[in-house]
Design a protein around this ligand. Structure first.
Ligand SMILES: [Zn+2]
Length: 262
């Protein structure tokens, strides 16, 4: 049997004769097309300036993929250079990635581009007493291409514990997810809506997402109704009293001023 090699033809894996040269012509055609249409773009990636800043980014990131922690093999623009040409040599706009993470990032960007430049993302902050129905409200309003940050739901997902049972050690991990989400939302407009369920207002949100369309909502469910619900759900009222008091205190000093009552 002649020796074979595994290769990809039209996106499918096939075995061909080892000597056969596949896609040679189309590759050449593709490269010529790419060179003629994107010569500026390509010459940048061959420039010594880029090679220099690229090395700096890899050193800063210790050659670790900033998304998954595996070995990074390439350096990517957080905000694509096609969208922000001026930021192409800005170290803060660079991140080291592995091949897989880069693939998925690029794929998402292509989808986003197809959906149009005018796409805009609304960020909804949902506050309210415990038991006021924050998660239910979001569940009733969430769309097909939205992101939901729900501390309690994440805690349950990460620990396997029942909803509202908190593992103090997992808290850091849930918070880490929150930080990462905030960081990414700053750079991307990936979703139609982002829903952030929170108990206390987070002043970092307003500074982080200052340029985004930010909406604050507070559920109007009264304290009595909330407490009755929590009792029905066999929740620890003793512990939650502290949360109720804290919310009332923050309300009294105007910390929920910009929240629209719904
Ligand atoms: Zn990765």
């Amino acid at each position: 049997m002649p020796s074979k090699k595994l290769t990809i033809v039209n996106g499918r894996r096939v075995l061909v004769d080892a000597k056969q040269r596949i896609r040679q012509d189309s590759d050449r055609q593709y490269n010529q097309h790419r060179q003629s249409t994107k010569s500026n773009y390509l010459s940048f990636y061959h420039s010594s300036q880029w090679q220099h800043i690229r090395r700096q980014a890899l050193l800063r990131d210790n050659h670790i993929c900033q998304r998954c922690g595996l070995e990074a093999t390439l350096v990517d623009h957080i905000i694509p250079s096609e969208d922000a040409w001026d930021g192409r040599l800005d170290l803060d706009n660079l991140e080291s990635l592995c091949k897989d993470c880069h693939y998925w990032k690029t794929k998402r960007e292509t989808i986003k581009r197809k959906k149009g430049q005018h796409r805009y993302m609304q960020i909804n902050i949902i506050a309210g007493y415990p038991g006021s129905g924050k998660s239910t409200y979001v569940r009733d309003h969430v769309g097909q291409h939205d992101l939901v940050y729900d501390y309690d739901a994440l805690m349950a997902a990460l620990t396997g514990l029942p909803l509202h049972v908190h593992n103090i050690d997992a808290h850091d991990y849930v918070s880490l997810i929150y930080e990462l989400i905030m960081r990414k939302l700053k750079a991307e407009q990936t979703f139609d809506n982002v829903w952030i369920i929170m108990t206390y207002p987070d002043k970092r949100l307003d500074s982080l997402l200052v340029s985004r369309d930010l909406h604050h909502y507070m559920l109007s469910t009264s304290k009595d109704v909330c407490i009755q619900r929590l009792i029905n759900d066999k929740r620890n009222i003793q512990q939650l009293t502290k949360v109720f008091n804290k919310i009332d205190e923050l309300k009294s000093i105007g910390k929920f001023e910009n929240f629209k009552i719904i």
